[in-house]
Design a protein around this ligand. Structure first.
Ligand code: ATP
Length: 269
């Protein structure tokens, strides 16, 4: 599905978080919003996901105007947000968290286990953790659960807010590579990341956001090769010596096979 954002304005009272933002995210491509803290990335994702009303502009999905559609209807229609900070149920097990992802989908019985199995195809490290409490997992594993909890719904459009936040460098690369592979399977992926250089190596397109405005929108390789972009936006956070907050290396390798992602018509239910 093609996600088109046209002239989006977002305000929080007197604060203008987004000013006339326009961009496009396409099926089978991962598009990254990069920019500093406070640039407006989260506001954009939350507005597209129906969690915050825009004060201007439109959001179109395959030409259908979905501006202002409530988040639960968008989620039912296949547009899912993996929020910043994972927001798992810490006291519940991994399996229980993943089952929560199926809420409202009508998937029941033996199909539940099949969906969970399918969603975890990208994350073999989770297979041994189904019975563990989510709050006891490493940051990397928690992020995998958060993504898998969205994947159980077989989303056509996946929005991810800072999936690499707080992870050790090896896990950053692993999570971002996985996100890129999701797009390869046909999902429309739009993610927000501060970890700009590492992200641009794993996605197809990059949109640089600064003070609520798009200042560059280009193929990821072109942005990586651009000296000005490099100087201003691709900071030192991507240094191989940089240690993430998590301070541990993840166990999971990125598998070759992806789950089959099915796509249905949006907003039909
Ligand atoms: P971060 O990486 O910190 O999440 P971001 O690029 O996602 O940054 P936003 O969180 O979208 O940026 O914030 C954009 C602007 O809107 C900032 O100036 C921020 O302070 C402001 N803002 C965000 N949420 C609110 C809110 N609920 N109320 C008031 N201002 C807000």
């Amino acid at each position: 599905m093609t996600l088109v954002i046209e002239g989006l304005d977002v305000r929080y009272g007197a604060v203008r978080a987004l000013r006339g933002v326009s961009l496009q995210a396409e099926s089978g491509r991962a598009t990254a919003l990069i920019g500093a803290n406070g640039a407006g990335k989260t506001s954009l994702l939350r507005t597209v996901a129906g969690l915050h009303p825009p004060s201007g502009g439109r959001v179109l999905l395959d030409g259908v105007d979905i501006t202002g559609t409530p988040a639960h209807r968008l989620a039912r229609g296949g547009l899912c947000l993996v929020p910043e900070g994972r927001q798992l149920f810490a006291e519940l097990t991994v399996a229980e968290n993943l089952r929560m992802g199926l809420h409202g989908t009508g998937v029941r019985g033996s199909q539940v286990a099949a969906r969970i199995e399918e969603a975890c195809g990208l994350f073999p490290a989770l297979h041994d953790a189904f019975g563990r409490r989510a709050g006891l997992l490493s940051g990397g594993q928690q992020q995998m659960v958060a993504i898998a909890r969205a994947l159980v719904r077989r989303p056509a459009v996946l929005l991810l807010d800072e999936p690499s936040l707080g992870l050790a460098p090896r896990l950053v690369t692993e999570i971002l590579a996985t996100v890129g592979r999701l797009a390869d399977d046909g999902v429309t992926v739009l993610l927000a990341e501060q970890n700009a250089a590492a992200t641009l190596r794993c996605v197809h397109r990059g949109v640089v956001v600064q003070n609520g405005e798009v200042v560059r929108d280009d193929e990821a390789a072109a942005l990586l090769a651009d000296e000005e972009v490099s100087r201003h936006y691709l900071g030192s956070s991507t240094s191989p010596d940089d240690a993430g907050e998590e301070g541990e290396a993840g166990e999971a390798a990125v598998p070759e096979e992806l789950p089959q992602v099915l796509r249905g018509p949006l907003l039909t239910s």
